[in-house]
Ligand binder design. Structure first.
Ligand SMILES: NC(=O)CC[C@H](N)C(=O)O
Length: 382
């Protein structure tokens, strides 16, 4: 006999998927996306850019590497919930410190297993990321009509400002180390680290580690810091982080802060939300995509060299290429749909990318961008 469903997922169009609940009981409303990465579910769930989103994993064996604090991209899981094909797999990796389901229960995150994720992914591709309600009730009581109504009336991510909610409350110095791969810089005693201010709009830890790996001494500032507050640190370069929500909704703080830095002859490097907000500050526009890009194998072409990088991606908004003003060059494009994936100012060391050179999870093809940022700070020293 089929098991009684203990979780269900209701889409705003009325489609309902039943399955087995795991993690914490509860009900969440969010935007539903799919992620095609074959590994790294923990990094994905703790990436602050996933606030107010539920992630469908197209890879079926979720749980197989367990969970380890070393792989957290933030203090806690941030994605509102997850959808998987099978019940979570038992951990079989030597690094596992706990089990996925137990970790999710402790951290109050909802999951549903036993869902036909191929069918669901097709629905997401056709509809564009739908608004959904995910409920987990061990007794199996669901008010489907109320769930669909809640999904329908949810405002969605367009216009939603989430970056300042996931940002740090106070500034701090990143002292939790670097990855090994950037080493090389710092090997000689004359190497003086570059003073970098990183604006935290929901920064992934691996970005901060990567900045340090390429020679930075990183001070992290809250999302609402002003240009004056940033400049008071006398940075040699400024980094703009990834983050959740609509970039256009940060117009009250991030965009004017960036505009205040643009005239200052400072290297600026942005990733994902940071890229989008830099584009807005330069006078371009951002748009909501259909189902967005979420995965660890997206091909991107470097327009200037012709080289193709395989990249990690997580975004549902994009910079409108047509809106880039004069003096701002498109540097990278997605080979999946031609959307904008990078820009730079023609006459200044100001550049950004839509994808994630820090990986976590994903390939490390694009690490050179951290080196480019370090090189521009070195050049400024003269
Ligand atoms: N990873 C990110 O920084 C995401 C940026 C933005 N929230 C988007 O979805 O496009």
């Amino acid at each position: 006999m089929a098991k009684k469903p203990t979780a269900c997922l209701a889409l705003a169009d009325g489609t309902v998927f039943y399955g087995q609940g795991f993690g914490a009981p509860g009900e969440v409303v969010a935007e539903l996306v799919f992620n095609t990465a074959m590994t790294g579910y923990q990094e994905i769930m703790t990436d602050p850019s996933y606030a107010s989103q539920i992630v469908t994993f197209t890879f079926p064996h979720i749980g197989n590497t367990g969970v380890t604090p070393e792989d957290d991209e933030a203090q806690d899981p941030v994605a509102s919930g997850i959808v998987v094909r099978w019940d979570p797999t038992d951990p079989s990796n030597w690094r596992a410190a706990s089990e996925l389901t137990e970790w999710m229960s402790r951290r109050g995150r909802v999951g549903i297993g036993g869902v036909d994720t191929r069918r669901l992914t097709r629905a997401i591709r056709q509809q564009g990321a739908p608004h959904v309600v995910l409920a987990h009730d061990p007794d199996g009581n669901f008010d489907i009509e109320a769930m669909v109504a809640r999904a329908r009336s949810w405002q969605g991510l367009v216009g939603l400002d989430l970056a300042k909610d996931v940002s740090c409350a106070q500034s701090y110095r990143w002292d939790q180390g670097a990855w090994e791969w950037g080493k090389g810089f710092g090997s000689s005693p004359e190497d003086k680290p570059f003073k970098v201010v990183a604006l935290d709009y929901g920064a992934k830890r691996n970005i901060l580690r990567s900045l340090v790996a390429f020679g930075a001494d990183v001070t992290v500032l809250p999302a609402t810091a002003t240009a004056e507050e940033v400049l008071a640190h006398e940075p040699e370069g400024v980094f703009l982080s990834n983050g959740p929500g609509d970039p256009a909704a940060t117009g009250a703080y991030a965009v004017p802060m960036i505009q205040g830095l643009l005239g200052k002859d400072l290297p600026i490097f942005g990733i994902c939300l940071g890229h989008q907000m830099l584009a807005l500050a330069l006078g371009a526009k951002t748009v909501k995509m259909g189902h967005g890009h979420h995965g660890a194998n997206h091909p991107v072409r470097d327009v200037e060299t012709g080289k193709v990088e395989i990249t990690s991606m997580n975004h549902g908004f994009a910079v409108d290429t047509q809106s880039l003003p004069q003096g701002v060059i498109e540097t990278h494009v997605s080979l999946f749909d031609g959307s904008n994936c990078g820009l730079r100012m023609q006459d200044r060391p100001v550049f950004s990318v839509q994808y994630h050179p820090e990986a976590a999870p994903g390939p490390q093809d694009s690490l050179y961008l951290f080196k480019r940022f370090a090189d521009s700070m070195q050049a400024r020293r003269g």
